[in-house]
Design a protein around this ligand. Structure first.
Ligand code: COA
Ligand code: MG
Length: 292
């Protein structure tokens, strides 16, 4: 499941679902959690159920469930694990043990729904509780269902009693820089995709583009979005440019031409194994398979 852009759609809004369906997001995340008010949770579940039985689609159909401890998790899972669902986004996890617990529920519910065992993937929001921030051990040996990890600053800040998570210039304050970096490291340890968090000012395209550039620089491979207008910017940023690909092909070709070289010079700069790995990763991300 390749994920550059993932658009949150409140699950109680058929209008927004219709709007979101053809706009080029790699995934839609139908949200049962914070964007749906408590009196509408049951209705939202029923809507997801009926949308899942819709026609085949060329994007991944994901659902964000309510977190463990909300009292809603099992009913959410029982409603949405059915043919058509590709993955579950779990918010407010405290660590690997929560992922294993949900994965065990999904094992049983897939069988009950006639879904191929293992088809439903898991994505997590890895930094929304203080307990999660001190519980990153275990990601080096992840659940086989886990495919991606993202992070969140709002719920963590609320749990900590922070007055703000941003500096006056818009940068994350230090605690949230730590959360963002921990998400990157945990995803790296688990070998899953790291996805940057939402950019809430959906009218600021230039700000989003710059923030995505920084995310890609740091190792994120995609981003969650809250508004359809953000998708094109995110897709563009997380797709390597022709110049990036040409450079990657050059690096791969240079090493292929000198199989005994661990390091070599290109245009007056040193290249070694990390550069070769990065070049191969860029090519693999657009489906160019390079023998390793
Ligand atoms: N998915 C699908 N359609 C969306 C959308 C989304 N996430 N966000 C906005 N739209 C639609 C609107 O319904 C509107 O369509 P319409 O003209 O047919 O009514 C159009 O895009 C333009 O929307 P706009 O007026 O710019 O924004 P808004 O004020 O209607 O909505 C939000 C703003 C924040 C409420 C909305 O973007 C939203 O619901 N985002 C997702 C929130 C969410 O899921 N949060 C949880 C994760 S943090
Ligand atoms: Mg939240």
């Amino acid at each position: 499941m390749k994920l550059r852009s993932l658009l949150f759609v409140p699950a109680d809004s058929e209008r927004k679902f219709a709007k979101a369906s053809g706009i080029g997001a790699d995934a839609l995340i139908l949200d049962l959690e914070d964007s749906v008010a408590p009196p509408r949770k049951a209705l939202a579940r029923e809507m997801v159920k009926s949308l899942l039985s819709g026609p085949a689609r060329n994007w991944a159909f994901l659902v964000r469930i309510n977190p463990l401890g909300s009292g809603l998790t099992l009913a959410d899972l029982a409603a949405v694990i059915r043919p058509g669902l590709d993955g579950i986004l779990i918010p407010k996890i405290n660590g690997m043990q929560d992922i294993e617990l949900i994965s065990n529920y999904v094992d049983a519910l897939e069988i009950a729904a006639g879904v191929r065992p293992g088809h439903v993937k898991l994505l997590v929001v890895a930094t929304e509780t203080p307990a999660a921030m001190v519980g990153f051990a275990g990601y080096a040996n992840p659940s086989r269902r886990l495919v991606a990890m993202t992070w969140g600053a709002e719920d963590l800040g609320a749990a900590l009693g922070a007055l703000s998570n941003k500096e006056p210039n818009g940068d994350w304050t230090f605690p949230y820089q730590v959360a963002r970096a921990q998400c990157l490291f945990a995803a790296g340890a688990a070998g899953v995709q790291a996805l940057d968090t939402v950019y809430v000012d959906f009218s600021d395209r230039e700000g989003l583009a710059e923030s995505c550039r920084i995310a890609r620089r740091d190792g994120f491979v995609g981003r969650v979005a809250i508004h359809p207008d953000q998708i094109a910017t995110i897709n563009e940023c997380f797709t390597p440019s022709e110049a990036d690909l040409a450079h990657a092909r050059r690096v791969v070709a240079a090493f292929a031409a000198q199989p005994n070289a661990g390091t070599l010079g290109i245009d007056g700069k040193m290249y070694d194994m990390p550069h070769l790995i990065a070049a191969k990763r860029a090519l693999a991300s657009v489906g160019e398979d390079v023998a390793s």
